[in-house]
Design a protein around this ligand. Structure first.
Ligand code: FES
Length: 125
């Protein structure tokens, strides 16, 4: 995927959405999930803040995604966990670039050396 890395994150074109308005993609060794909420595209981290469950596979209902591992539920509009004390789900800005939706994905402040090396090996840094 093309990108424009920088201190504000990388611009990543979004993959096509499936019939349910969902998708997933990987960038820089990290997974991201794409949902549709009230006609708006929402991009979040793909890994659950609890223990890394695959949120792209979660059940979406009432504006929230439920992690398939332990059923924590995260509000897609805010990232707040509705069901337990948890770190919020990180959301990423979605913007239009030349008529195509992109996400500005920002890695967390702490990115492991292994993640950076994998991204470098793929030419993504
Ligand atoms: S890993 Fe998602 S709720 Fe535990």
């Amino acid at each position: 995927m093309s990108e424009q890395p920088g201190p504000g994150g990388a611009l990543v074109p979004l993959p096509d959405l499936d019939a349910d308005g969902r998708a997933a993609f990987t960038h820089g060794g990290r997974e991201y999930a794409v949902f549709t909420l009230d006609g708006q595209v929402v991009v979040t981290d793909g890994a659950c803040p609890h223990k890394g469950g695959p949120l792209a596979e979660g059940l979406v209902r009432d504006g929230a995604v439920r992690c398939p591992w332990h059923w924590y539920t995260f509000d897609l509009a805010t990232g707040v966990c509705r069901s337990a004390e948890s770190a919020p789900l990180r959301r990423h800005e979605v913007l239009d670039v030349d008529g195509r939706p992109h996400a500005r994905v920002v890695p967390p402040a702490t990115v492991s050396l292994a993640e950076r090396l994998r991204a470098h090996a793929r030419g993504e840094d």
